[in-house]
Design a protein around this ligand. Structure first.
Ligand code: UD1
Length: 371
């Protein structure tokens, strides 16, 4: 059997790692050979956005890197579509596996479905119901052209059912929970990010921002001011800056001088991110993945967006949406910090069971290899 996996952006490397490990385990246990081909579109190309994840998560080197790089949505997706079509024609896979909701996901699912190659979508059924988000378009289109839909939660299963896709859906659980459970102890042992940045356990706020709605609009200035005010009036802030955000700050706020209590750092690798989230008093983010990682690790989260595709984290009381407005953000921070630390052992998600039992990857591989 030949499985061709397409990835391109940072969160997809994290999701691929447990599945790739489960494929290797399946081969060992059954004596069956599976060609596990990985095609990297090159959507993310900086070493700290890509290579370091492959090394740290021990993902096999990509069979091919298409080196597509950045561009407008149309240009980036079109270049990927063309290169992926060629790649799929030459590798002739039995199935193509795609992850999440990036332009790489969309291009790969279109390229494969047009060649009548079955497509499996891992992290299917998520909906923010906000079509202004490019990711929402990518999710909806990918789900509708895919043949096997691996839904991470019962809510995602319901969303698929509402779009008449229930017959292709499998509730596998969430591969990101698998990844957190596998790596959280490693992160505590191996990451020295707290010492490096001079931070104390439970005594700082971890912030990430990269959504165009926050970086490419007036929201950016508001968020930078909020970060400074949190650092000055509450706790120090650790702020790893995504390349999109860095370039927008250079363009629109070149004079920004962060408060001395804001630690502005390059994008953090996976183990440093887990460690930093695990030890933070609070996470503020607009990332989908971090909302869950905070929940899995028992750290409270504030999401600087109007919607989320992870309503389970809100229902569990672990995550709140906050309007992008300095006072609203400061009020929410004060209220969360006065509630004291979140749960510390990171088992909340497992106990709730909505994200599966930590073996989503095993279930995915069992289904993929059943044919
Ligand atoms: C992409 C995904 C988003 C995901 C995010 C994770 C889409 C539509 N968006 O957003 O869903 O949450 O990845 O990080 O697919 N850049 C670099 N170096 C890199 C990569 C990007 O400098 O290695 C810069 C470029 O200026 C580029 C910008 O970041 O134009 C944005 O990159 P892009 O791939 O378009 O999307 P992300 O914002 O990273």
């Amino acid at each position: 059997m030949r499985i061709l996996t397409v990835v391109g952006a940072r969160p997809q490397f994290v999701k691929l790692a447990p599945v790739s490990r489960a494929i290797a385990r399946h081969c060992n246990e059954t004596g069956r050979h599976i060609d596990d081909l990985i095609v990297h579109t090159g959507q993310h190309y900086d070493a700290d956005m890509s290579e370091v994840f492959f090394e740290q998560l021990r993902i096999p080197k990509p069979t091919e890197n298409l080196a597509i790089g950045s561009g407008t949505h149309g240009v980036q997706t079109a270049r990927m579509l063309e290169a992926l079509e060629r790649s799929m024609l030459s590798h002739a896979p039995d199935i193509v596996v795609v992850y999440g909701d990036t332009n790489s996901t969309l291009a790969a699912s279109l390229a494969a479905s047009k060649q009548h190659i079955p497509v499996a979508h891992v992290e299917a059924g998520l909906r923010s119901f906000d079509r202004r988000m490019p990711e929402e378009i990518n999710r909806v289109v990918t789900d509708h052209v895919s043949d096997i839909l691996f839904a991470p939660t019962p809510t995602a299963m319901d969303n698929l059912e509402n779009e008449n896709l229930a017959d292709r859906a499998v509730n596998s659980g969430d591969v990101m929970l698998d990844a957190v459970l596998y790596n959280r102890v490693l992160a505590r042992d191996r990451s020295d990010i707290l010492t490096r940045e001079g931070l104390e356990h439970g005594e700082y706020v971890f912030v990430t921002l990269h959504r165009p709605v926050n970086t490419d609009t007036g929201n950016l200035a508001v968020l930078l001011e909020a970060i400074d005010r949190i650092a000055d009036s509450a706790l120090p802030v650790l702020f790893p800056v995504h390349p999109r955000t860095a370039s927008r700050i250079r363009e629109s706020r070149p004079d920004w001088q962060p408060s001395p209590r804001v630690k502005v750092v390059a994008p953090t690798n996976y183990l440093d991110t887990l460690r930093a989230v695990d030890s933070a008093a609070l996470v503020i983010t607009d990332s989908g993945g971090l909302q869950k990682e905070a929940f899995f690790l028992g750290t409270p989260c504030l999401t600087a967006r109007d919607t989320t595709e992870w309503p389970e984290t809100i229902a569990a009381g672990a995550n709140r949406l906050v309007r992008v407005d300095v006072d609203s953000i400061l009020d929410a921070v004060t209220s969360i910090l006065s509630d004291g630390p979140g749960t510390s052992d990171g088992n909340a998600a497992l106990e709730g069971g909505q994200f599966g039992d930590g073996n989503a990857a095993g279930k995915i591989v069992t289904r993929l290899t059943r044919g």
